[in-house]
Design a protein around this ligand. Structure first.
Ligand code: F6P
Length: 472
């Protein structure tokens, strides 16, 4: 029976070392939920890195055994692979280049070699389980070379690839010394999905400029193999967020948190620690808002959650310091005994706490400088059961293409951001509900399950096209 193999850098499980023991927690991420119905079925399997360096053979064996029971197969990375492949090429070369932070990008041969080596390691893990007729779904920028590596192992395999971050314009992509190899790696797939039409267009433009292959409606011919690229914005598990917002524990938390915060309007921001998220820019805008609107001082607070991420990468560590300084400065400047402008948390929270935050927030401020999609804004919308609340959303987030009823801003335009905060805090309730209703309906329809189905359909479609061509 042919199976589906999901491949991503991280597995949908968090393994942590607690003293001498390993602890296993299922991941709550959107991808894990969306693909849960697939990889847990029959012989299907999810291949990926368990998220930490494991040296002891005994521990490796324990992990393999434990994960096999849950249809997962680990790819172990040693410390230097974590440094050079994950922190290095993936997050110091590709991440800044794809997010238009080229001034942060590091171009080093040894990082590239580690990237190739680890992609090969993943290919080897796939080869160990790959059988005739299997379908592969590879995810994200850490594994751009993998589609072609698998194609070299078995030319007939169905290979889908989804990029979860933006695909940059050719002007950025061309700066990468290994642009051609990266593109060839991606073109090993049969179907390539992107969050937005622009990402897809940028990819096709690079294919044209670097490989001299033109497209017709997103279809390109790689040799004599038709390959399809399309825009498929990722949705969320809408019902999960809507139900979490109605749980007694969530309501309970909301009451407790509200009591502690007092009678203020709340602006919520939740991000992973990342310079692409525009956190300092947002803080500066909030500071300017308070400066220009004295009447709001004491009446509005920012609840800011920053989830630790990639903190061994120097730019991330620097960003953390910058944020700490800015928060300290703003709180020191405006704070009063009975009011803090910013409540800042540098940690992650369980779903019920996040759900209470979403419920409490009058405004969600989602203002990345660049973001493939951004799911936080979608989760905020799904949690607003009474439809009251306003989303301020950066036009640089993929989600802005779907959520045009948010207040859309350019995150570089601090004046616009300050005006948007005021507009959001003073928006009449019926207008809030009108906008929220439209956004909720669209997110309900294009949820994570619809996204998974559509991806699989597009992959099956192009495979059929290839078969038709062969039988002609
Ligand atoms: O946004 C891209 C992405 O890879 C997500 O899929 C993931 O949740 C996030 O970045 C976290 O990345 P990391 O694996 O580096 O913690």
């Amino acid at each position: 029976m042919p199976k589906t193999i999901i491949v991503s850098n991280r597995l949908p499980i968090k393994i942590q070392r607690e003293e001498d023991k390993l602890s296993y927690k299922p991941s709550e991420g959107g991808l894990a939920t969306g693909l849960g119905s697939i990889y847990k079925e029959g012989d299907n399997i999810w291949i990926g890195w368990p998220g930490l360096a494991i040296q002891k053979t005994k521990e490796k064996e324990e992990i393999v055994e434990r994960l096999t029971e849950e249809n997962m197969k680990p790819v172990f990375l040693n410390t230097s692979e974590i440094e050079d492949f994950y922190e290095g090429f993936s997050n110091e070369t590709l991440w800044p280049n794809f997010h238009y932070f080229n001034q942060y990008a590091v171009y080093e041969e040894h990082l590239w070699l580690a990237y190739k080596k680890v992609n090969r390691k993943f290919a080897k893990a796939i080869e160990e389980v790959l059988e005739e007729g299997d379908t592969l779904w590879i995810h994200d920028y850490q594994l751009l070379l993998l589609p072609q590596m698998v194609r070299d192992i078995n030319a007939q395999t169905s290979i889908g690839f989804f990029l979860h971050i933006p695909f940059p314009s050719f002007e950025s992509f061309r700066l990468l010394p290994w642009r051609r190899e990266l593109l060839n790696g991606m073109m090993g797939a049969d179907f390539l999905g992107f969050h937005t039409y622009d990402d897809m267009r940028h990819f096709l433009s690079s294919v044209n400029r670097l490989a001299g292959i033109g497209n017709s409606n997103g279809q390109i011919n790689v040799g004599n193999r038709p390959v399809l690229a399309d825009a498929l914005p990722m949705g969320i598990d809408y019902d999960k967020y809507a139900s979490a917002a109605a749980l007694p524990d969530t309501l309970d938390r909301e009451v407790r948190y509200r009591t502690s915060l007092g009678d203020v309007k709340l602006i919520l921001t939740i991000d992973r620690l990342d310079y692409s998220k525009g956190i300092p820019q947002r803080l500066l805008a909030f500071e300017q808002f308070l400066e220009e609107n004295e009447d709001f001082q004491g009446k509005v607070s920012l609840l800011m959650v920053v989830v630790p991420s990639r903190d061994k990468v120097p730019k991330y560590a620097q960003l953390k310091e910058e944020i700490d300084l800015l928060v300290g400065r703003i709180n020191g400047r405006f704070g009063k005994m009975n009011w803090m402008p910013i409540h800042y948390f540098y940690r992650s929270f369980p779903l019920n706490a996040l759900s209470a935050f979403y419920r409490m927030a009058h405004v969600a401020l989602v203002t990345p400088m660049r973001d493939g999609m951004n799911l936080v804004c979608k989760e905020f919308i799904a949690s607003k059961l009474d439809k009251k609340g306003v989303l301020i959303l950066s036009e640089m987030a993929g989600a802005s293409k779907e959520l045009s009823d948010a207040i859309l801003i350019n995150p570089n335009d601090i004046r616009q951001l300050v005006a948007a905060i005021k507009e959001a805090l003073t928006m009449p309730e019926d207008e809030q509900q009108r906008r929220m209703h439209i956004m909720q309906e669209s997110l309900k329809r294009y949820n994570i399950h619809a996204w998974v189905n559509l991806f699989m359909k597009r992959l099956a479609f192009i495979k059929k096209e290839q078969e038709n061509l062969q039988t002609k």
